[in-house]
Design a protein around this ligand. Structure first.
Ligand code: ZN
Length: 679
């Protein structure tokens, strides 16, 4: 494990212990093999003077909800040290009383709640305390021979703590265990199935002890199981690794996903969303190590023995769903097993959480992760990557043994853990939904991508213009180059989107061109055909590819972007108007055909939107001249005398794709500032 200590950066913090604490906490947070997404905690003991000039001893400990990777000074809660130490002497203390008493012993009421491990940090008699859930150490303690192995690695200079619930019980256990301990002789503390503590009065030494202890564990793994122990096992090279008993003799995986497999991803996402009670994203991952894992013959057992460390359970649930041929039935099996687990372990007073899995092993194909948001899904992805590696390492050592389900259940239903998930419950209206937008690189399409994303949807943004791959720098938007006249490209892009987000719920069929005007008598055949192809036929091709996925969507909706020219055509634009009229008719038929399956199809008729790519200044001037107006008059030539922008249309599209339009299909909604010919 790399030591990231940088003397010149540390020198800038010299003399300020809290600054140094922030610095080394971030060093720990930067390494995903030490802590992941809010795991672990750190502290520093300081002496400060209060308002009256009296000295007081304080523990600055990581606040709940902060991540070591990005922590700031205000992420630490300052708690009176003597109060925390006295709390360790109590025989018992409920979680709620602990939280309450710790809060009232804080010197800054605006700081976050102190970590649940604050009492434990307080009783360790050193200024700096580090706590991580280091993969290598936890992996070794998740095997049957952990005792021999830990002794072999660390000798007698570590305190070994059996697994107990974090919080007061853990602090109390260690308080009792260490009453006669000579702390000066201890290099650290190993918490079985949980993590590592190191400590020192010097911040550098405290940090380096952590790096050293974890490195010792990593070296041990390499020594026991070979040089590949710390990396995932790549599928490409698996054949020559079989002999080395890297769990690989039981391996066999299938090739790339078929069309039916892609539909199965959408089926699984649908089933998971139903179990959750709201739309969830799904991501299919078949990078080499995940695919390899999915091909292990005993993976149904390996992936259902429990998480790497108990606190992962609130993100990943205790086990993965195991997916075989009948993907929907497999999800139902997970839900049934979850219900059994709940009933077996609840004391009768708890309410069962949702029964949706957060990750799944699709046998011989890869891994799926699920989340209500892309962020949540990525957290699950990161955790499962580390878990899969740890499982295989532990198996190579003998056997992967996670904590018994009773212990995991206690953490999953522990109110202090659940509280971590309940922050900022302001759910955007399209959260968990997947949208596809064509013509997404500019104008109405681009505005729709931005607005749909802002409302919580993930978006597959397609355009023939390669700008689409670079303009949306967000993890929930997949920009792909796609020629909508090419059905193979459409299919490839849609399947990529399905692997990325799990399916399709919203289709905004928007791609279009505005051909050069001209009267029928002079119409160029090529211009006519190109307009029909892009403004009409491409939408039909698009629907054909997307409808099978929309059948499996969550409250699926199609919004077709047509034109004011449909109800109110003008002379000189037949190639455009006729194609858009055909498109409107296509939408009406689609509304009839798809309504029985709950898919809504509605049409929006914008008037000229002058911030779109098709309205070049040349086209604008020519149209204004055609009507004998100035450009400004032409732009606001409607009853309300307003200019309609791309964002105005996008806002309407979002509403039409959302719950407000849940009971409307086949409608044509103008957004044109009012037009006498339309009204
Ligand atoms: Zn911990």
């Amino acid at each position: 494990m790399k030591n990231l200590w940088n003397e010149s950066v540390a020198a800038k913090c010299r003399g300020d212990l809290l600054k140094l604490r922030v610095y080394t906490s971030r060093l720990l947070g930067e390494n995903a093999d030490l802590v992941l997404h809010g795991g672990g905690n750190t502290s520093v003991k300081l002496e400060e003077r209060d308002l009256f000039g009296d000295a007081r001893k304080l523990l600055y400990v990581k606040g709940s909800g902060w991540d070591l990777k990005t922590i700031e000074p205000e992420g630490f809660a300052s708690v009176k040290l003597d109060v925390l130490k006295r709390m360790a002497e109590l025989d018992r203390l409920s979680d709620m009383d602990m939280v309450k008493e710790q809060r009232s012993a804080m010197t800054n009421p605006f700081a976050p709640n102190p970590s649940v491990e604050a009492i434990l940090h307080a009783i360790i008699p050193f200024k700096f305390v580090e706590h991580t859930h280091a993969d290598a150490v936890v992996t070794i303690t998740n095997t049957p021979d952990w005792k021999t192995r830990i002794k072999e690695i660390y000798g007698a200079h570590v305190i070994i703590v059996p697994y107990v619930m974090p919080g007061f019980i853990l602090a109390k256990t260690i308080y009792e265990m260490t009453k006669d301990t000579d702390w000066a002789k201890c290099e650290g503390m190993i918490l079985l199935n949980h993590g590592v503590f190191t400590f020192d009065d010097d911040p550098k030494k405290s940090y380096e002890k952590m790096i050293m202890m974890v490195t010792q564990a990593e070296d041990y793994l390499v020594g026991e199981t070979g040089p590949d122990a710390l990396v995932g096992i790549p599928i490409e090279d698996s054949s020559d690794r079989r002999d080395r008993s890297l769990v690989g003799t039981r391996h066999g995986v299938s090739g790339p996903l078929s069309d039916e497999d892609h539909l199965n991803i959408a089926r699984m996402r649908h089933a998971v969303s139903e179990l959750k009670g709201s739309a969830m994203f799904a991501r299919f991952i078949d990078e080499s190590s995940q695919k390899y894992f999915s091909g292990l013959s005993d993976v149904p057992s390996l992936a259902t023995r429990g998480p790497l460390t108990p606190d992962h359970v609130i993100r990943t649930k205790r086990t993965a769903a195991i997916i075989d041929k009948d993907v929907v039935k497999s999800m139902k099996n997970f839900a049934k097993n979850y219900q059994d687990y709940f009933e077996k372990n609840t004391g009768g007073t708890l309410t069962c959480l949702d029964k949706a899995p957060r990750w799944a092993v699709w046998l011989k194909k890869g891994i799926l992760v699920f989340g209500c948001t892309v962020k949540e899904m990525n957290i699950v992805k990161d955790i499962t990557e580390h878990t899969i590696k740890a499982i295989q390492q532990a198996e190579n050592l003998g056997r992967w043994d996670a904590l018994p389900e009773k212990d995991i259940f206690e953490i999953e239903y522990w109110e202090l853990e659940q509280a971590k998930l309940k922050k900022g419950e302001n759910v955007p209206v399209l959260q968990g939904k997947v949208a596809v937008v064509t013509g997404a690189a500019s104008g109405i399409g681009r505005a729709c991508v931005e607005r749909l994303y802002a409302q919580g949807a993930s978006v597959v943004a397609l355009d023939i213009n390669s700008d689409v791959t670079g303009i949306f720098m967000k993890k929930g938007i997949l920009g792909l180059v796609c020629d909508v006249t090419d059905v193979t490209q459409i299919k490839n892009c849609i399947q990529k989107g399905v692997r990325m987000f799990g399916g399709i719920d919203i289709l905004v069929s928007n791609a279009g061109i505005f051909p050069v005007g001209g009267e029928i008598v002079d119409m160029d055949a090529e211009i006519w055909e190109r307009s029909i192809d892009i403004n009409l036929s491409s939408h039909q091709r698009f629907l054909q590819v997307c409808i099978p996925y929309l059948f499996l969507g969550i409250d699926a909706a199609i919004v077709i972007v047509a034109s004011k020219n449909v109800p109110a055509p003008g002379p000189g634009a037949s190639a455009y108007s006729v194609a858009k009229a055909g498109l409107t008719q296509l939408a009406r038929v689609a509304a009839l055909e798809l309504g029985g399956s709950g898919i809504r199809v509605n049409v929006v008729h914008p008037n000229q939107i002058f911030d779109t790519a098709i309205w070049t200044s040349r086209v604008l001037e020519s149209r204004a001249r055609h009507y004998g107006m100035s450009v400004e008059e032409y732009k606001t030539n409607n009853i309300l005398k307003v200019e309609i922008t791309s964002l105005d249309v996008a806002d309407l599209v979002c509403v039409m794709a959302g719950p407000v339009f849940a009971k409307t299909t086949g409608a044509q909604i103008p957004i044109d500032g009012g037009n006498e010919r339309v009204i």
